[in-house]
Ligand binder design. Structure first.
Ligand SMILES: NC(=O)c1ccc[n+]([C@@H]2O[C@H](COP(=O)([O-])OP(=O)(O)OC[C@H]3O[C@@H](n4cnc5c(N)ncnc54)[C@H](O)[C@@H]3O)[C@@H](O)[C@H]2O)c1
Length: 313
């Protein structure tokens, strides 16, 4: 990874913005980060250290990594930006308001990409002066490690902007998916929300604990999902007949399960139960310790399923 790489401006240095900053800097891009919060430099430094071994193992670490530059002020961070990765809180009004500042100071041809987990791009781009260059580029957490970036255009997004974004992320070793139509929650979070709705229902109704529901995924579904998506899983359940055999033999049962799924509400009692049982399952490990363990395990999984990845050991 040599040569001059375009400057990336990150707006917001929280969980996702700091991870993006580490990813782009360690991939060799100049990175400018805007966040008024005084804690931002500490988060950026910590994320850089966490991301470095992960990216080395993934083969995405540049031989000329950079250091993210932190600015309190958006105007300064936008100078010379070719790619802007917005990672502000998930708040439509705030994002729209900050986009006005971004547009006032960023080069007109800079791609403007939002990390939003679920807001519609058409709503986000509505009041922009240059809406054609706006799209959603949604990472999975942590952005420096997980392969996927979902790309979603809105009603006014130019197809060239999506092409440019796709090339940008693929050159950085990411896998991209383009949604054909925007949808609240895009693709990954809709799938995740569907599973978590049932997981919460099972805990709220006392069928199983938080720890056991999590184990059902990590020990049951998850290992399969790293190599087969949910459709392929059932294609392989259908024997030689594939999906047709599965639908004939188990389609009616699946329909009955769907009809029986829960629709929980995140009311105070349900939230309390989730918090208490999650704390118990965490067994006094801090979220930081758990994130470090997650990264180490993910790297081992990626090393097995992706030929370019080196095992961290
Ligand atoms: N957390 C996740 O797992 C995850 C995953 C994928 C995408 N996302 C999306 O990424 C975005 C950021 O999420 P997060 O979890 O990092 O949020 P966060 O609250 O951790 O970080 C938001 C950051 O934005 C900063 N900020 C607030 N106002 C600002 C302003 N006017 N200018 C510059 N910076 C400002 C805050 O100081 C904070 O550091 C959201 O849209 C979210 O939906 C989150």
């Amino acid at each position: 990874m040599k040569g001059t790489k375009g400057t990336v401006a990150i707006v917001g240095a929280g969980t996702i913005g700091a991870a993006w900053a580490a990813f782009f800097a360690l991939a060799g891009h100049p990175v400018c980060v805007a966040d008024p919060d005084e804690g931002a430099p500490t988060r950026l430094a910590a994320m850089l250290e966490r991301a470095r071994p992960a990216m080395a193992a993934l083969g995405t670490l540049s031989d000329m990594p950079t250091q993210p530059q932190w600015y309190r002020d958006i105007a300064e961070a936008m100078q010379g930006a070719e790619f802007i990765q917005e990672a502000l809180p998930e708040d439509l009004a705030l994002k729209r308001q900050v986009y006005r500042q971004i547009e006032a100071h960023a080069p007109e041809d800079a791609l403007l990409m939002s990390s939003s987990s679920g807001l519609l791009p058409s709503a986000l781009q509505q009041r922009l002066s240059h809406p054609g260059r706006f799209l959603i580029a949604h990472p999975c957490n942590p952005a420096y490690l997980m392969p996927l970036v979902e790309l979603v255009g809105g009603a006014q997004t130019a197809s060239e902007a999506l092409d440019r974004a796709e090339k940008f992320y693929r050159t950085l070793g990411k896998q991209t998916i383009r949604l054909q139509h925007e949808a609240v929650g895009h693709l990954v979070n809709r799938l995740q929300a569907a599973l978590w709705r049932e997981a919460v229902h099972l805990v709220a109704e006392g069928h199983a604990s938080v720890a056991d529901v999590d184990r059902a995924v990590t020990e049951g579904l998850g290992a399969r999902w790293t190599v087969c998506g949910p459709h392929t899983v059932f294609h392989l359940s259908g024997g030689a007949e594939g999906m047709a055999g599965f639908l004939r033999r188990l389609g009616p049962a699946m329909q009955a399960w769907w009809d029986n799924l829960g629709t929980p509400t995140l009311d105070a009692a349900t939230c309390q139960r989730l918090i208490e049982q999650m704390n118990e399952a965490a067994a006094e490990r801090t979220p930081e310790q758990m994130a470090a363990e997650r990264d180490a395990h993910m790297l081992r999984v990626l090393a097995l399923t992706r030929p370019d990845t080196q095992s961290p050991e």
